[in-house]
Design a protein around this ligand. Structure first.
Ligand SMILES: *[C@@H]1O[C@H](CO)[C@@H](O)[C@H](O)[C@H]1NC(C)=O
Length: 568
């Protein structure tokens, strides 16, 4: 506008008629800019991008089928609105609200985890008023001080991931320009950099694998269990803690031009990717690992809790980074080796019973030579991630396996009266005489014969992994059944988890309204972690939204559900 006025004035002011024309032109342009801002689509659509080399999503949707399921998407959006406004009334600025009692909770260093973690969900849902409030708050957070120790893993995936994703979504034109102005964008990036710099001491180890915790005041790393013996146990951790910063830090390096982030994240997982220690299973890294020496101190082999996102990021970095990146073939090879080991060794089939003649496949683990016939809800991320990898890298052999895994996750969901799956379960693997874990209660014994599995951890903590995999399955195959399955889950959440101040987890998915509790509220857990808004509601929404909203052909999600643009 400044340039326009200058030449306008210089050239035309002598002639009154021209002045009038100029005035009209200025008015028209001002009006246009105003209208343009207000009419920016409420549903953000980023069209398939010709510069992106990936073709992952199903492309055969015809005549509107597969496009937005308006009613169901709106129902999920309303759940997000409810969750946001209850949090806002009760706990604005704290990390979380307690959904049953309305108290506040600071479990993530008191930086307003809910606000930072839910912002990208607000963007994709087009909840602009809520987003404007959040962005205003985010730029004012003081990330340099906190009353507690800082967990680099959680902080990277939730806070840094949330911040850089918000910037990426703005740059893709999905966020209205008056909410993230160029100044706000700079402030958001400064926040991410401040936090990443404060986390820097995490990487001050002989191997570059991060400490489990950082003391912001002393600016040094702290072990998780300092008293453990022998000492290498105190400095040992699962793979996920070293292997889950590469996506966030590559994006931060792209945005700042500072190589230190990409470098630190690469060094941090190098002892896993290029492990000099052999494992019994190709592609699998034994854990936990002592981050002082980089050496495994245990012989656990798993894709489950503590190990999961290392394998997830091995694949996702091959989508995020430019194809010319020289390390990508190594990452892809390690991922597919690990996926094959998962399929051929760690996955087992259930033993059919008279009452339940069907078979299902579940993901177990190994500890040395012992097979652990236990799966947790977290491992239900695997079907989606493997399907993503199988599609992008053209491994059709893994396609059917991923869908079968997803059907296993669905089975534990549909087996309960709440239609929500438990946090952990066990089964008797077919053709294995001595299962490691067997039922301990009558109820578990009854479940095993009626359902083919029994719940060892009957809680639902509002976790996303199953609906996350349903989202990938829908976007990749285009099959309606995955939308239907996601809707079943959402209805269960609405019916059983909606609480006075948000959404609450369930103590026992088999007793969503437990009569043993004095009040009905006793069925609830008084906890709503920020991943419910960041992931569970986001993946449910995206399953019903227009498939071009953050298409998998151009976006990669971090392990907290924050989308990053592919760099092509
Ligand atoms: C990068 O790693 C070094 C240790 O190698 C550490 O001193 C530094 O603080 C880290 N910086 C960041 C931004 O992570």
């Amino acid at each position: 506008m400044a340039g326009f006025r200058r030449w306008g004035v210089a050239k035309f002011t002598k002639n009154p008629e021209s002045s009038f024309k100029i005035l009209t032109a200025v008015l028209v342009i001002t009006l246009y800019l105003l209208i343009k801002d207000f009419s920016s689509p409420s549903v953000p659509i980023s069209k398939r991008d010709s510069t992106s080399g990936a073709r992952i999503q199903y492309g055969g949707w015809l005549y509107g089928s597969g496009y937005e399921d308006v009613e169901k998407a709106e129902a999920v959006r309303n759940a997000m609105r409810y969750s946001f406004h209850k949090y806002r009334e009760q706990a604005w600025g704290s990390d979380d609200v307690r959904p049953v009692t309305g108290e506040t909770l600071n479990s993530r260093n008191g930086w307003g985890a809910f606000i930072v973690d839910s912002a990208t969900t607000l963007v994709l849902m087009g909840l602009w008023e809520e987003l404007a409030l959040s962005v205003q708050h985010i730029v004012g957070i003081d990330f340099t001080t906190t009353p507690s120790l800082v967990d680099p893993f959680e902080t990277t995936i939730r806070y840094i991931g949330g911040l850089v994703s918000l910037i990426d979504l703005s740059e893709a034109g999905i966020v209205p320009g008056d909410i993230v102005t160029p100044e706000i964008r700079a402030q958001l990036l400064r926040q991410a950099v401040t936090l990443a710099q404060a986390l820097g001491p995490a990487y001050d180890t002989p191997t570059g694998m991060p400490w489990a915790l950082v003391d912001f005041e002393l600016k040094k790393g702290v072990p998780l269990h300092p008293e453990s013996q022998p000492p290498e146990k105190a400095t040992a951790q699962g793979l996920a803690r070293s292997g889950s910063a590469i996506l966030e830090y590559r994006v931060l390096t792209r945005m700042t031009g500072d190589e230190v982030y990409a470098k630190n994240a690469t060094v941090a997982w190098a002892p896993l990717v290029w492990s000099p220690w052999s494992s019994a299973l190709p592609g699998i890294v034994d854990g936990p690992i002592d981050w002082v020496t980089g050496r495994p101190v245990g012989r656990e082999r798993s894709w489950d809790a503590g190990f999961d996102s290392y394998y997830e990021y091995l694949l996702k970095i091959t989508l995020l980074a430019p194809p010319s990146d020289q390390q990508l073939p190594d990452y892809a090879q390690r991922f597919f080796q690990a996926a094959d080991s998962l399929r051929t060794v760690l996955t087992t089939r259930t033993t059919p019973t008279e009452q339940h003649p069907m078979q299902h496949i579940f993901i177990g683990a190994q500890n040395g030579n012992t097979y652990i016939n236990q799966m947790s809800h977290l491992a239900c991320f695997a079907p989606g991630t493997i399907l993503l990898g199988a599609t992008h890298h053209n491994h059709p052999d893994l396609h059917a396996y991923a869908i079968a895994l997803l059907e296993g996750c669905r089975h534990v969901y549909t087996s309960t009266p709440s239609k929500i799956g438990p946090g952990g379960w066990n089964w008797h693997p077919l053709l294995q005489d001595r299962p490691h874990i067997t039922p301990r209660t009558e109820e578990q014994t009854a479940q095993l014969s009626a359902l083919g599995f029994f719940a060892s951890y009957p809680r639902y903590e509002l976790r996303p992994e199953y609906v996350e995999s349903l989202f990938y399955a829908y976007r990749i195959t285009g099959e309606q059944r995955f939308r239907d399955w996601a809707w079943e889950v959402f209805q269960g959440i609405e019916q059983f988890c909606k609480a006075p101040y948000g959404y609450a987890g369930l103590h026992d998915v088999f007793r969503p309204r437990h009569t043993d509790f004095v009040v009905e509220q006793g069925a609830w857990q008084n906890m709503q972690e920020s991943f419910f808004a960041a992931e569970t509601l986001k993946y449910l929404f995206l399953t019903f939204a227009h498939p071009d909203v953050v298409t998998l052909d151009a976006w990669v999600f971090n392990t907290e559900g924050h989308p990053f643009r592919m760099i092509r």
